[in-house]
Design a protein around this ligand. Structure first.
Ligand code: SF4
Length: 456
């Protein structure tokens, strides 16, 4: 399908990505270790399955577009030092997590998890496996940077039980790579892919980025052709968010090199067309997958869910997250660790769970979170079952939401009937805008609003 540029222009506005609701800027420091420990004691009783996340913040070099919480260093001793703290934090939390809870999802992100040497990958994984009970069919994924990666890393990841890898590609054009300080040839990526497939990894994701400096429609089209030819199982194509007021190093990017809005939209529409023609299914929120992929199946069966790692097929899990800046989540709370390494380490040194901020969510937050999740994952919200589940009068509760959706309906992004609110084929590309209609924090006029990246 061809997306009208006018529509993309109209709906390009600042908005959250809804990996959580309420979003992270609303977490507060009045929620700390004590509140997190109270919640751990409570949630232990509920005994939900677990999703574990580990944050490795180190990278060899700095990519100028980076929006992550990371430390660029070539001093490996910093990583070994950090690893010691991670192991201690894992012990601290494992003691409070309760017994018999199966780990269904396991993810390492960063930074660059493969900054760790293969023997340290093995050590960390073994430590976690000793402290938690992993389900035999656990979905275990790791983010991988092809630069500096060796075959021994890939083997160590496989031996550590990982079955999914996500490869940071971003763009294959040399001029773009130079402009963002991330040079990695196509040959290097193909070699790494070969190692992964030889080790038996049959779920490989690639991350691309649109809107990077020096990108042109022609160069991006060529990158897409090369990537499609490599045949990843999943693709995530994120829009570059230029937020130098938040990420100071983005000032290293020449603003005049950033493609203008019209070019960016052209690249995006080209990307949607090319990936569709190549058989990829658009899940939503910049994620594509091959038709047989679990994400596509889960979306069809309405069992897809969204959390800090993006789309997932594991809905009813508590997330326990380890490492600086990592965010844990239960049904009731969000708890984020200290972002700065010195503070994180000082807390662990003192025997504390290193929670800096968080939030206990309200009943209204829960209802809206569920509605946003259904829209973003199922692409429809069934009014009656939803109202019955939450014991609300749907139309009265979501009165202002429904008013807002009317405008989107006029543009063909949603269809509202007495039974349901349904995202149209076109609406799939505007999920953030649709979700924003359900967001009570955006609607509250009396608060200072966080600054979000643009939806398109
Ligand atoms: S490798 Fe990833 S986390 Fe590290 S600087 Fe580059 S984009 Fe950021």
């Amino acid at each position: 399908m061809t997306l009208p540029i006018a529509l993309l222009e109209k709906y390009s506005q600042p908005g959250p990505r809804y990996t959580s609701y309420p979003t992270a800027p609303y977490f507060t420091e009045s929620f700390g270790e004590k509140e997190w420990r109270d919640e751990l004691a409570q949630s232990q009783l509920a005994g939900r399955d677990l999703s574990l996340y580990v944050h490795i913040p180190f990278c060899d070099t700095l990519c100028y577009y980076c929006g992550c919480n990371m430390v660029a260093t070539r001093d490996y001793s910093k990583a070994t030092h950090y690893l010691g703290y991670l192991l201690r934090e894992i012990d601290l939390l494992a003691d409070s997590a309760g017994q018999g809870r199966a780990v269904r999802q396991f993810h390492w992100g960063g930074g660059t998890p493969t900054y760790l040497h293969p023997d340290d990958i093995a050590r960390l994984a073994q430590h976690i496996h000793e402290r938690f009970e992993f389900a035999p069919d656990v979905e275990a994924g790791c983010e991988v940077d092809p630069r500096e990666l060796t075959q021994a890393h890939v083997q160590a990841l496989r031996a550590a039980g990982f079955n999914r890898l996500s490869l940071g590609v971003q763009d294959l054009d040399h001029a773009v790579q130079l402009a963002v300080n991330r040079v990695q040839s196509e040959a290097m990526i193909r070699q790494v892919l070969g190692w992964m497939r030889a080790e038996g990894f049959n779920s490989i994701n690639m991350d691309l980025m649109v809107g990077l400096p020096k990108q042109t429609v022609a160069s991006f089209s060529h990158t897409l052709d090369q990537v499609i030819d490599m045949g990843p199982d999943r693709l995530a194509v994120f829009g570059y968010a230029h937020v130098p007021w938040m990420k100071k190093h983005q000032k290293l990017i020449q603003e005049t090199d950033i493609p203008n809005f019209a070019v960016r939209l052209e690249m995006q529409t080209l990307m949607y067309e090319k990936l569709a023609q190549s058989g990829y299914v658009y899940i939503g929120m910049d994620h594509f997958a091959k038709p047989g992929d679990e994400l596509v199946k889960a979306q069809r069966e309405k069992t897809l869910y969204r959390n800090f790692q993006g789309y997932t097929t594991h809905k009813n899990c508590d997330i326990y997250a380890f490492g600086a800046s990592a965010i844990s989540q239960t049904d009731e709370v969000y708890a984020q660790n200290y972002k700065r390494l010195v503070e994180y380490q000082a807390q662990v040194d003192a025997g504390h769970l290193p929670v800096e901020r968080g939030l206990r969510i309200t009943p209204d937050d829960k209802i809206r979170r569920d509605a946003i999740s259904r829209v973003m994952c199922d692409l429809s919200l069934e009014r009656e079952p939803f109202a019955a589940q939450w014991d609300i009068d749907f139309d009265a509760y979501f009165d202002s939401t429904l008013q807002g959706l009317k405008l989107l309906e006029q543009d063909g992004l949603v269809r509202t009937t007495v039974e349901r609110i349904e995202v149209t084929e076109t609406g799939r590309f505007f999920l953030r805008n649709i979700a924003m209609c359900f967001d009570a924090y955006l609607a509250a006029a009396d608060q200072e609003k966080p600054r979000y990246s643009r939806t398109i």
